[in-house]
Design a protein. Structure first.
Length: 196
């Protein structure tokens, strides 16, 4: 009796599977026929080009605008120390020199903003990079408690500040200032000063 029930159950299951399989096959055939009859050639989507960063090349002494900032890099010099009053001075590490950039910056934005902040949004913060031979990059060295240091300088709207940015570089690099450029501004809108 158990064998008969098992055989009956197995046959029923196989029969149900066979019917369902044929229905699925019919449905797939109908769908593929309707898709192939409705297919029309379509044009490939046009690629959307994203604008690259805006680069403005300038010589020392010229003014340029990057975002809300009007910047003028006045001069560049090599120094072995930076004096802060009579008794205090900043010295680079052993085998290094400072490249000192003298500049002014005006905030044309609507609120007080930090010039060269330590931390900020990549697209909204001003950054400065010293490029050597167009492939080596140096970041500014913050001179803590130095009034003329422009890093982290807070500037009110429509106000200007003048000061310096110091870059600590190896002495052999400092001797070749003609091969250096200063990149300053925003990620997508920056000024490129030739230090020749």
């Amino acid at each position: 009796m158990k064998k008969k029930i098992l055989i009956l159950f197995t046959c029923t299951a196989l029969l149900m599977t066979g019917c369902a399989g044929s229905r699925i096959a019919e449905t797939v055939d109908k769908i593929s026929d309707s898709v192939s009859s409705e297919q029309k050639p379509t044009a490939a989507p046009t690629p959307v080009s994203t604008p690259g960063p805006k680069e403005t090349k300038l010589a020392l002494g010229k003014k340029g605008t990057a975002g809300d900032w009007k910047i003028s890099v006045k001069s560049a010099s090599v120094k072995t120390k930076i004096n802060n009053g009579k008794y205090r001075q900043y010295k680079p590490g052993k085998g290094k020199s400072f490249i000192v950039i003298s500049l002014s910056a005006k905030n044309n934005g609507k609120k007080m903003t930090e010039f060269l902040p330590r931390i900020g949004f990549v697209d909204k913060s001003v950054t400065a990079t010293l490029l050597y031979q167009d492939k080596y990059e140096y970041s500014p060295t913050e001179l803590l408690s130095y009034d003329k240091d422009m890093t982290t300088k807070k500037i009110q709207p429509l106000a200007s500040e003048s000061g310096i940015i110091a870059f600590e570089v190896p002495k052999k690099v400092a001797k070749q200032m003609k091969k250096m450029k200063l990149k300053i501004g925003l990620k997508k809108d920056y000024l490129l000063y030739d230090l020749k």
